[in-house]
Structures are given as structure tokens and as C-alpha cells.
Design a binder for this molecule. Structure first.
Ligand code: ZN
Length: 300
């Protein structure tokens, strides 16, 4: 008897935050729901996770969260992540800097797992792989808050203390398809050599040139579905209507990406909407190449 594939679903949490779930198994990537106001961030006031907002989202999560994965340590990716891990007894996975944010929150060492580039990590029905990436020049043409967090980050800190650390993309493979989370709009030439993904979750805030970006990420991955992310104004509460991040030029992204409509489908998600992407891999593809595992290296 053939085993039935479990549905693969994704929910966008705003910014680069995602819940990826299959049956009762889930992982979170870059969950950030506190959404500190712009004035607080730019005045350098300390940032505090919004516990009621985190709890509200936790109530909505019906799956067992196995891991909270962080693509880099800026506050809009990493401020809330350790709390999500703490409250769900999940692993916090990311760079040394990210783990120091976890230590500051009081996460036990057994819940901290440092990212190892290129290594397959099996978590429930998912196989994860961290890929070295680069941050986009997101603020006035520069990468904000560069550097590393060398010590546990205890207590509330201003945004500038949430230093970048390493930047990763994360490949998530599942029997129903592969999803690539590219949380910041930079890239390293050749970073996706030999890697394919059915879907690309593409951070578009702070990108340089859309065409070049697509050529080096979505097209290199042979993505069939491209989901733009990180274009919402994350200084505005999730309880309010979504606004675009200043300068993100969403229309230009749609127009440039639209030129590739024969190559990939553009999927624009709403924050909080759960989308089933169970049929990323068509049965025809699987039949024609039964050995193909989604997200595996391209054959010769
Ligand atoms: Zn960032």
C-alpha cells in the first residue's frame, strides 16, 4: 500500500516569518510579531518582545513546533524567535549570534543548535539545509547593524545590538516538494549552484536590482512558484491593515517578476493565511523520474 503524502502548508507571519507544517509537525522561520514602532527603533530605545502578541500566535499554532530557525540576527528576524522556542520547547537554530540571543532569554543549551552550512538536518518530515547567503543593502544602501553578538544578549536592547551575525538561506525538503526561504534580498554569486527548489520565499525588502536578484535566486533555483516576502511595513502592528515597507516598490517587483510568467508563478500571500502547497511536485514529474527527491542537486 502506498503511503499517503501529508499536506504541506505554509502560513506567512509578516516580514520573513513563516510557519511550515505537515500534519502535526511544524517549524517556524524568522517569526517576528512584536513589530516595534519606527520611532522606538530609530531612537535606539530598547526593544521588548510583545508577549501577548506571541501568545496570540501560539494559540493559533495547531502543530507541534520542532524548531525555530533564524536566517540572521536582526531584530525583525530574531527578537521573538527565542520566545517562540521557549514556549513551544522547540530547538532554536541559527548562527552563534542567534544562539546568544537565545541564551540571553534563558534557553537551555540543549535547545540551541548552531547552523552547519550544507549539512542535511532531519526534523520530523522535513530535511533542512542551511546555505550561506548575504544580507541586502537594506538601509541607505548599506547592510544595517553589521557584526556579531558575542555574548548572551540579556535584557531589552536597542536595535543596533541585534547585530547581523551570519546570513543564511534555508532549504526545506519534504516529500511534497522543496521550499527555499531566502529571507534577505542579498545573494552570493553561485550560492545556488546544484540546488533546486519548487518554491522560493523571496525577501524583497532592500533589494538592489530586481532583475539581477531574480536571475541569481529564483531562476537559479528553477523555482516554479515565487512568493514575495518581507515587503510589509514591520513597524506597523499586525492588528492593523498591512502597509508596504517604505521604498519597497512592490509594483516594480511584480512588473519585473511578471516577465517570467512562463517560468514561474507569482503567489502573493496574505499575512496569517494558511496556504496548502501540497502539489508542488506534479505526479508526472515524479513518474518520469521516480528517483527525484525534491530539492536535490540537479543531475547532469
Ligand atoms: Zn536584516
Amino acid at each position: 500500500m502506498t503511503q499517503k503524502k501529508k499536506a504541506l502548508c505554509i502560513t506567512w507571519l509578516g516580514t520573513a516569518g513563516f510557519l511550515i507544517e505537515s500534519g502535526h509537525d511544524g517549524i517556524l522561520i524568522d517569526p517576528y510579531v512584536s513589530r516595534a514602532g519606527m520611532l522606538r527603533v530609530f531612537l535606539g530605545l530598547p526593544l521588548r518582545p510583545d508577549q501577548p502578541a506571541i501568545d496570540k500566535w501560539l494559540v493559533r499554532l495547531e502543530t507541534k513546533i520542532h524548531a525555530v530557525i533564524v536566517s540572521h540576527s536582526h531584530f525583525d528576524h530574531c527578537l521573538d524567535a527565542p520566545y517562540f522556542a521557549l514556549k513551544t520547547n522547540a530547538l532554536l537554530m541559527g548562527s552563534k549570534s542567534t544562539l546568544n540571543v537565545g541564551r540571553g532569554v534563558g534557553l537551555d543549551e540543549k535547545y540551541l543548535k548552531e547552523a552547519e552550512i550544507g549539512r542535511d538536518i532531519h526534523i520530523g518530515p522535513f530535511t533542512l539545509k542551511f546555505i550561506e547567503s548575504a544580507h541586502g543593502p537594506a538601509f541607505l544602501g548599506k547592510v544595517p547593524y553589521p557584526g556579531k553578538i558575542d555574548q548572551p544578549l540579556t535584557g531589552p536592547h536597542p536595535a543596533r545590538d541585534h547585530k547581523l551575525g551570519e546570513t543564511y538561506s534555508i532549504l526545506i525538503r519534504h516529500p511534497s516538494g522543496a521550499i527555499l526561504h531566502h529571507g534577505s534580498a542579498g545573494f552570493i554569486n553561485g550560492m545556488y549552484e546544484g540546488i533546486t527548489s519548487d518554491m522560493a520565499l523571496l525577501g524583497i525588502g532592500g533589494r538592489e536590482n530586481t532583475q539581477t536578484y531574480l536571475e541569481n535566486v529564483a531562476l537559479k533555483l528553477n523555482a516554479k512558484i515565487v512568493v514575495p516576502i518581507h515587503y510589509d511595513n514591520f513597524f506597523v502592528s499586525l492588528d492593523k491593515k498591512m502597509k508596504y515597507l517604505p521604498g519597497v516598490n512592490f509594483r516594480e517587483f511584480l512588473a519585473t517578476a511578471g516577465k517570467y510568467r512562463n517560468v514561474f508563478e507569482l503567489k502573493v500571500l496574505s499575512i496569517g493565511e494558511k496556504w496548502s502547497c501540497n502539489s508542488l511536485i506534479s505526479d508526472e514529474l515524479v513518474k518520469s523520474n521516480p528517483n527525484r527527491h525534491p530539492g536535490e542537486s540537479r543531475g547532469p
